[in-house]
Ligand binder design. Sequence first.
Ligand code: SF4
Length: 468
Amino acid sequence: MTSPIEKFKADTQASTVDFDHRKWMQTALKGYENTRGGVEESFGDFEQAKRTGAAIKWEAIENLDTLLEEFAQNLEARGTKICWASNGAEAVDYILRVAENHDAKKVIKSKCMTTEEIHLNPAMEKAGMEVVESDLGEFIVQLRKEDPFHFVFPAMHLKRDKISQIFEQEIGSQPSDDPEELTMIARRYMRQKYCEADIGISGANFGIAETGMISITENEGNARLTTSLPKVHIAVMGIEKIIPTLDDLTIMLPLLGTAGAGQWLTCYNSMIGGPRQPDEIDGPEEFHVVLVDNHRTRLLADPEQRDALRCIRCGACLNVCPIFKNIGGHSYGTTYQGPIGSVITPHLRGLQPYKHLSYSSSLCGACSETCPVKIDLHHHLMRNRRDAVVEKGGSLERFAMRQFARVMARPKLYRSTEGLMRLAEKCWRPLKGKKADPLKAWTSTRNLAPPAAKSFHRQWKEKQEGEK
Ligand code: SF4
């Protein structure tokens, strides 16, 4: 089986030589940056808004245990069923049990990255259910049997001709180059699916502890139909989505809309606090909320990196990342791509198999700067690098770095090695690039500059002696 790093290397090599595709991505992301810039100005003081957003999420993460209890109790008081899932398998089992109890055959879903994380769709399909993604981008990548390319814009890598082609092939529509018509094709197909669905599955952008409600933001209205037409609604959310009060939404919603898509607010903002109540005419008969841990508490226990749990999944750090702009989302091979994905995936899936993601960064800090909740992303990438080396222990790299540090900290010792380095370089040069080259892996993508014939110290000394 291909390891994550082998896959990453192969995919990045393929994506970086596709210049057309890189240009397409960069143009799309540049457009987003320009729009976002304009909207930020309307805040008056966007930096202050970011500080407030960070403080709200900080409070939520620091008090996660009590806020989660409050959230669950308030939801249960209105008849919602809560599942506490410590991992993905528990969450999937619970959802399959609910489906079985209702003899469900058809499921409609709105966008939810947590369900991608726990691999819900394949499990439901294996159990014999038809699962349809109702978010347009998710629907397109589902038809193409691909993972989302970007966790906010899942199909941003596809041009209109590719979308038309897959619609023609999978749902028998006529070819079209008109974006409105392409949207209408998906919409017409979807309408029927909403009416037939036994279960609607959604995510949640926020969970409000004070009122016991989930908040969903979207631009297409599909989440509203998904959560209100079927008889059963299941919301799947990571435990870190909690915020303390309803008032907090007044800053979190504009921050999410602005940072994520350069919109003041997303078009549809819904709050759901339970199944249909006796005096209500709409809504599902049953409402379940599945609270997923799946190693988030492991991250919570890390005092250095727990601020990564503040993430509101706006996608802004992907949009500004020079690595993402060139390798694209699929190369990461993870549910969450870009800088935040590189920070949290080693915590969610294991440090050693995913440590390479921490090196897929220029450490320019653009991600940390753009983050609306002020997560120290680029420093976390360095912390992951450090932790990977410490955890592994006894590596050759670690030994070499220790010796290097020892020599660099002792000027006399350092000067005495100069001749040695020149000699080593002279012996190595004829082997360069050959099979026996011990530095082949390093120098295949880097230049090893030869040591200067005369060191700076010597030149300085000679200069001073000459001036006397
Ligand atoms: S880390 Fe920050 S910028 Fe990146 S997705 Fe999360 S909230 Fe947005």
